[in-house]
Structures are given as structure tokens and as C-alpha cells.
Design a protein around this ligand. Structure first.
Ligand SMILES: Cc1cc2nc3c(=O)[nH]c(=O)nc-3n(C[C@H](O)[C@H](O)[C@H](O)COP(=O)(O)OP(=O)(O)OC[C@H]3O[C@@H](n4cnc5c(N)ncnc54)[C@H](O)[C@@H]3O)c2cc1C
Length: 573
């Protein structure tokens, strides 16, 4: 049962959203020690991070320090040498490392979130015993090799291939690009097309030391420059039969499961970046005086600071809700994970942009960390699924659930004359759902006790859950299967779903925190109230624009530009 998919059907799955989850006691214990140790190790290296960004390198002795802190074994079970943190505990560690430097988080994150996650999720006991202890200590660092020059978002179109040898082993050939940790990894999770009749993809565990495996030079990037990004080449690499992950032909499923499960790591990192920016920006606003006053007194600066806190709190609420779903063994959390990645990555980019604006000219100079943070944050909406593709994923997955009821309706119509009772049963169920949407009475309700000062916020989410269901119903009926070509319309549904899911997480958390002492509880309620109003304005606009928009004109204009490959107007003409 997916909360986000339920929203497309007009349902609010209360039992999966309330009460807001707490991190497990065992995680808190480990995190208590870990967070201090991370700060002690990373805090004194602020100048080094700036230098390594310019030099585009992370020294080997520094990576050794990460190993000694246990940062490569965060999610590996204790019996195999790791710390056994949950998904939520792991995201909290990446939050802490990101408060100091994004490249550090990326080195750790690419290893755990995606590099060796396949072994954890799909490895056999023998595969786990062989590799996880070495991965836990960082003796082996892991990388995830999916992207190729012709296959980015369309990952299913990869051309790397593996053919089976007579003894059951495989010979792997191909070239992967932009692989994080590519230059320092000892183990790669590699995706290649195997010679099954339908040319399906298979996932392999490949050791960097094997003959035929090599990597290219460190890429010269815009941001996260110290983190290793390289091409990785596989030339006639012989991979033993028992290094296949899961089963032959199941590689695409493996890749998607890894990416879905790993998204909270990226989200946790984004939250850490925002927390650190809020600290920097508040100190800057208090210290900088203009017009005889600290700029912190100006409304336009205060508005930015408040919005940063709202964005950070909202992203944090969504990321740890998703982590809780993963840790609780829910199977269907991919849409929520995509939503948390979309929201957290964009919230971090907004926050970085605004923090730099508060520091203004000083923020533009390389002496201060803002410009590096802005550059580092840019990747967040590109990798682990671009936000465009994730928005399509969110909306199509939600609509698919909804479309099932429409499919059932059609079958019921067909069947009604042949098998009236069965036909009426399904039709009755569908009619009931339509009635629910029309009257607003049904499962789209928040059933927990909501404090009076959050009642308005709760009513907003109830109303727009219904609106989302009606809008998906409307678009599906209007376009049928041609909906896949109506991306601008689909994006609006995704944006409503993002606001609804994130908003419900915020509401749930603020209900839980409302009695916190020292003003924090009161401010948490205030954040939930403001977020709900902001979300309402965005959702209302998206609903309106489903009915009235300029999509056709925009498509025509894009077509015109594409045909000339340039901007044709000039004040001289
Ligand atoms: C620093 C860095 C580190 C990376 N690390 C790794 C790694 O460790 N392992 C790995 O395998 N990969 C890695 N990648 C690759 C990354 O995952 C891809 O860049 C990403 O999946 C997008 O692919 P692309 O860049 O080829 O963009 P494209 O797929 O070419 O997309 C170009 C644009 O078109 C949009 N677009 C694409 N398809 C659609 C569609 N159907 N509808 C609407 N819009 C669409 C995209 O959103 C984007 O805006 C890394 C990339 C970078 C830059």
C-alpha cells in the first residue's frame, strides 16, 4: 500500500502517515557517537575541502580517515562488520557529513546508497559473506555502473553486454560513464545486456582488480569536484557465474530497486546542506550591517531565512517518513522516495541560491563557501534519476493505480449484460468511489486528532487529495493512453502529489512536535500552517492549469525554435 499512489485515488492512508515515526533507539545510540566523531573529524578540514574542490581530488589519507570512522560500513549488518544502521539512521549520517562537505557525502553515499546496495538487497548469503566484510571496512569501495554515453535517463537502452561461456562464467564488455567512485572503487555493480532471447539486462558484481577492468581520468566537473567521477571500461572481463546479482535478466529490476532504496541518502544529504546554510545565512544576516542596521532586520532577508527553514523542515519530514517506510518493510515506496528526492533536491537548490543572495557580493567570492555549495547542489536534480523523469514516474505510477478503476469500469460495462451481478458489483464500487470524490466523504480524510491550530492545514490536504483524484480521472478520460504524450499536464499532477505527500509528512511531524518546549513546538506548528498555505496556492494553480493552460502555444513555440535552432529576434531587425 503506497501512500502517494493512494492520493491519486482520493485516499489518505492515515495508518502510514500518523503518528510521525521516531528513529529507532538502536540508531539513536550509534548516531549519538557517530555525529560527534564526524564533526570532530570534518570540522577542522574546512579549508582542505575548499582546496580539494579547486584541486579536484580527495587525498588517499583523508579517505583512510573515513574508513577508520566506519563510514563505509554504515548499513552493513553488524555480524558482517558494519554498524547495522537503518535507512533512517544512515540518512542522518549523510545529513551530518553534508553539513561539512558534499563531496565527502558523495564518496560515502555512492558506496552505500547505490554501489553495494545491490548486494545487500539481492546478494546470496555466499556473496554477502565474500564481499560485505571488506566493503564494511572500506577495504573495497563500491560504485554503481549503469549510465553509458547513449543511455542516461533511458537506462534500459544500455549496450554493455555479457555473453555466457561454456563453464557458466560470463564475458563482459562495455563502457560506463560518469561513475561516482569510479577511480577509487574496488568493486562495481555493473549492468549489462545478456544474450537471453529478449536481450534483458543482468546485474553483475565485478572486482576492479580483474583483468580487463580499467577506469578513465577524474572528470573536471562543475561541482562535487573532489568526489571521484570517471569512466569505467570492461574489456573481455571474465565474471564468475556466481557473481550474478539476483537472476539473469532481472538487472533492470535490481537497478531500480537500488535507486529507489537509496534515495533517502541523497535526501538526507540535502537536508544537511540546508541546515548548514541556515547557520551560515543567519550569522551573515546578523553580522552584515547596511543602512545603519543588521540586514537581518529587513523583511526581504527575514522572508528568505524563514523560507529556508520551511524548506528544510519539509524535506526532513518527507525524507525520514520515507526512510521509515523502507525500514518498516513496506514494499511499495518508490513513488514516495521519488517525491522526497524531487522535493529535497529542489529545496536544497533554492536554499543555496537564497543563502548566497543574502551574502550577496561576499557570497559570490570564493573566500566564503556559498559559491561552492551552489555548484555542489546543482547535481542533485540530475543524478539518481533526473527530476523531470521522476515527476513523470510519480504521476504515471499514481495514475496507473487510478486507471485500474477505469479499466475495471470498462470491463464492468462490457460484462454487465453477460454477467449482471458481477458487473454491477464492480460498477457499484466505482460509482461509490466517484461519489466519494464528489461529496468528499470517504477515505480521503485525516482521522487522527488534529490540534485546532492545524485544522485548516488538514482541511487543505483533504480537499486537494480529492482534487488530485478528480484531476487524474479527468485527464485519463480526456486523453486515454495518449496521456503519455501530455507531459506538461502530467507534471501538474506530479506537483500536486509532491505538495500533498510532503505536506502530510509536515503535518504529521508538527502534530508530534507541537508540545515541544522552548518555542520549537510552536514554530513547528507555524511551519506546518505556512507550508499548507503555500502548498494550497501551488496546488490550486496546478488544478486550474489542468483546465486552462498554454501548453499548445508553448509546444508550437518550442517547435519554431527547434526548427531554426536559434533565437531569431533582435532589436536591430
Ligand atoms: C556527477 C555525476 C555523477 C554520476 N554518478 C553516476 C553513477 O555513479 N552511476 C551511474 O550509473 N550514473 C551516474 N551518473 C549519471 C546520471 O545518473 C545521469 O546523468 C542521469 O541519469 C541523466 O542522464 P543524462 O545526463 O544522460 O541525461 P538525459 O537522459 O540525456 O536527459 C537530458 C534531459 O532530458 C530530460 N529527459 C530525458 N528523458 C525524458 C523524458 N522521457 N521526458 C522528459 N524529459 C526527459 C532529462 O530530465 C534531462 O533534463 C552521474 C552523473 C553525474 C553528472
Amino acid at each position: 500500500m503506497s501512500v502517494a499512489k493512494g492520493l491519486f485515488d482520493g485516499d489518505i492512508l492515515n495508518e502510514h502517515l500518523f503518528p510521525y515515526p521516531r528513529l529507532r533507539d538502536k540508531d539513536r545510540e550509534v548516531l549519538g557517537m557517530m555525529v560527534d566523531a564526524i564533526d570532530q573529524f570534518l570540522q577542522p578540514r574546512q579549508q582542505d575541502f575548499r582546496r580539494w574542490d579547486r584541486e579536484s581530488a580527495q587525498p588517499a589519507e583523508f579517505i583512510q580517515g573515513l574508513r577508520e570512522l566506519g563510514l563505509f560500513g554504515l548499513i552493513i549488518p553488524e555480524e558482517l562488520g558494519g554498524l547495522g544502521l537503518s535507512n533512517g539512521g544512515y540518512a542522518r549520517v549523510l545529513c551530518q557529513t553534508s553539513m561539512h562537505d558534499s563531496s565527502v557525502s558523495l564518496t560515502i553515499g555512492a558506496h552505500s546508497s547505490i554501489g553495494m546496495k545491490g548486494l545487500l538487497l539481492f546478494g546470496t548469503p555466499a556473496q554477502k559473506a565474500r564481499y560485505l566484510p571488506r566493503l564494511a571496512g572500506g577495504e573495497l569501495i563500491a560504485a554503481f555502473c549503469l549510465t553509458e554515453s547513449g543511455a542516461g535517463s533511458d537506462a534500459a537502452s544500455i549496450r554493455s553486454s555479457a555473453s555466457r561461456n561454456a563453464d557458466g562464467s560470463w564475458t563482459l564488455n562495455g563502457e560506463k560513464i560518469w561513475i561516482t567512485n569510479g577511480g577509487i572503487a574496488g568493486l562495481y555493480t555493473v549492468f549489462a545486456r545478456t544474450e537471453s532471447p529478449d536481450g534483458k539486462i543482468t546485474a553483475f558484481i565485478v572486482e576492479a582488480a580483474w583483468p580487463g577492468v580499467s577506469h578513465g581520468a577524474h572528470e573536471d566537473k562543475m561541482g562535487i569536484r573532489a568526489s571521484s567521477t570517471t569512466t569505467v571500461h570492461f574489456k573481455d572481463v571474465v565474471v564468475p557465474a556466481d557473481n550474478v546479482l539476483d537472476a539473469e535478466g532481472k538487472g533492470f529490476k535490481v537497478a531500480m530497486a537500488i535507486l529507489n532504496n537509496g534515495r533517502t541518502g541523497l535526501g538526507g544529504g540535502a537536508v544537511g546542506g540546508m541546515k548548514s546554510l541556515i547557520g551560515l545565512a543567519t550569522r551573515q544576516a546578523l553580522a552584515r550591517r547596511q543602512f545603519g542596521r543588521p540586514i537581518a532586520e529587513f523583511g526581504l532577508i527575514r522572508k528568505k531565512l524563514a523560507q529556508m527553514a520551511i524548506d528544510c523542515y519539509a524535506a526532513e519530514s518527507a525524507v525520514w517518513m520515507v526512510a521509515h517506510h523502507v525500514d518498516s518493510g513496506y514494499e511499495d515506496y518508490s513513488v514516495e522516495a521519488a517525491i522526497s528526492k524531487i522535493f529535497a533536491s529542489e529545496a536544497m537548490q533554492r536554499t543555496a541560491h537564497e543563502a548566497l543572495q543574502i551574502a550577496a557580493g561576499a557570497g559570490f567570492m570564493r573566500d566564503l563557501p556559498y559559491e561552492q555549495i551552489v555548484r555542489d547542489a546543482r547535481i542533485l536534480s540530475i543524478f539518481e534519476g533526473t527530476n523531470e523523469v521522476l515527476r513523470l514516474y510519480v504521476a504515471f505510477s499514481g495514475m496507473k493505480e487510478h486507471g485500474k478503476s477505469l479499466g475495471e469500469l470498462k470491463t464492468a460495462m462490457d460484462a454487465i449484460f453477460n454477467h449482471p451481478i458481477k458487473g454491477f458489483g464492480v460498477l457499484g464500487e466505482y460509482a461509490e468511489k466517484r461519489l466519494t470524490h464528489a461529496t468528499g466523504v470517504g477515505r480521503g480524510k485525516i482521522q487522527v486528532r488534529v490540534p485546532a491550530n492545524l485544522a485548516d492545514a488538514a482541511a487543505i490536504y483533504e480537499k486537494y487529495t480529492l482534487e488530485l483524484a478528480k484531476a487524474s480521472d479527468f485527464l485519463l478520460r480526456k486523453h486515454g493512453s495518449a496521456i503519455t504524450d501530455r507531459q506538461q499536464e502530467v507534471e501538474r499532477l506530479a506537483d500536486i502529489a509532491v505538495d500533498l505527500f510532503v505536506g502530510l509528512c509536515v503535518l504529521s511531524r508538527s502534530i508530534a512536535l507541537s508540545s515541544m518546549p522552548g518555542g520549537a513546538g510552536e514554530q513547528a506548528v507555524l511551519i506546518a500552517r505556512v507550508f499548507a498555505q503555500q502548498a494550497k496556492r501551488r496546488m490550486a494553480m496546478n488544478v486550474r492549469r489542468i483546465m486552462r493552460n498554454e501548453d499548445e502555444e508553448m509546444n508550437r513555440l518550442a517547435g519554431f525554435l527547434l526548427s531554426g535552432e536559434a533565437y531569431p529576434w533582435d532589436v536591430m531587425s
